[in-house]
Design a protein around this ligand. Structure first.
Ligand code: PHE
Length: 357
């Protein structure tokens, strides 16, 4: 098209358009520009339409195409700019409500180990200098490891489906009810090397499961730390010395322990071990129910049948074993009255648990 077909004022407007557009910093300005360029009346576009009407017939086609192209270009560009400005306005409005340059920047939340895992780590650290390493076993365990290898009779109530979770579709498989099956697994695995090693000692922390109703001191899933030592001429005095050392390391030099006779099929003799209440020092408080002592764990000398099951000669070897409830210790140390706090993962609670470190 001949440029001369368009009047000078339009050519100037066309030339000015990019700059005029860039100068529109807000929607109001853009609307004014829109009115000036493509408004119904008095705009450059309206003027062009008048021009087209008045043009000689033979020019109409070419002029019409040129005018349309120009109008479309203005329209599209203005539209795009309008969207940009509207979005900017929305962003500014959203920011405007919260933006305060004096406020401290929000700190990203930092993850940390769960208090129960920290306590387990601490127990492992207490026993490591005594030569104990960590063993693991599966949570889905066989009846053989969970019961048979531990001298637990077939008619023992703990084997019943009222106490134990069995896998319906996998006979003989259950959720382990204690960490003691790791005794059986580890003895079986290490029995061929026991002579050259001169003995065995390890800890086995992990999850265990029992069909208990949930209440402040019971949960169908909880944690235990198992400990076992097998050697020559191992007696109750070794068990007592080891646990006394561990409890002092855990609760402080004033920690004291006492043994009460008890029964577990996989130890003989068996006992329960109490620690002098670490909170009141024995004078009596809510945690120890005024008795001055808190029950800590089950223990005893490894039953000869357990050694035999693993192929270890009980005439030559003897040992001790103990199993403690992690939640019980955590509740005591942290004075948490309800074990459910440990499983609900409420950050407000977990953050108060720094004291377990
Ligand atoms: N397994 C026993 C329990 O869960 C604890 C225990 C472990 C007792 C080792 C004696 C020896 O109650």
């Amino acid at each position: 098209m001949e440029p001369s077909l368009l009047p000078v004022e339009i050519l100037e407007a066309q030339q000015d358009f990019p700059m005029a557009l860039a100068a529109c910093k807000d929607l109001d300005g853009l609307l004014r520009l829109k009115g000036a360029y493509i408004g119904r009346e008095g705009s450059h576009a309206a003027r062009l339409m008048e021009l087209l009407k008045a043009a000689p017939k033979e020019q109409k086609r070419e002029l019409g195409a040129a005018i349309n192209a120009l109008k479309n270009q203005w329209e599209e560009t203005i539209k795009a700019r309008q969207v940009e400005l509207e979005n900017a306005k929305k962003r500014a409005a959203a920011l405007g409500n919260t933006w305060d340059p004096d406020l401290p920047a929000p700190m990203p939340a930092q993850g940390s180990l769960h208090p129960l895992n920290r306590l387990i780590d601490r127990l492992v650290d207490v026993f490591r200098p005594l030569g104990y390493h960590v063993e693991e076993g599966p949570e889905a365990e066989t009846e053989a490891h969970n019961f048979d290898g531990l001298n637990i009779p077939v008619d023992h109530p703990a084997r019943g489906s009222a106490d134990t979770f069995y896998f319906e579709k996998h006979p003989g498989l259950l959720l382990r009810t204690h960490t003691s099956p790791v005794q059986v697994r580890t003895l079986l695995r290490l029995a061929p090397h026991i002579k050259e090693k001169g003995g065995i000692r390890f800890l086995a922390p992990g999850r265990v499961y029992r069909k208990d109703e949930i209440d402040p001191t019971h949960s169908p899933m909880f944690h235990q730390v198992e400990g076992m030592l097998v050697g020559h001429g191992v007696g109750m005095h070794h068990l007592k010395g080891t646990l006394a050392y561990a409890m002092k390391a855990l609760f402080g030099p004033g920690a004291d322990i006492r043994f009460r006779p008890s029964y577990f099929p996989f130890v003989e003799p068996g006992c329960e071990v109490d620690v002098r209440c670490p909170l009141c020092g024995g004078s009596g408080c809510r945690v120890c129910k005024q008795s001055g002592w808190v029950e800590l764990l089950g223990a005893g000398l490894v039953h000869p049948n357990v050694l035999e099951y693993a192929g270890i000669d009980p005439g030559e070897w003897s040992g001790f074993a103990f199993g403690m409830g992690v939640e019980r210790i955590a509740m005591m140390v942290s004075q948490t009255p309800d074990l459910r706090f440990f499983f609900e993962n409420d950050q407000r609670f977990l953050k108060t648990m720094g004291g377990l470190d």
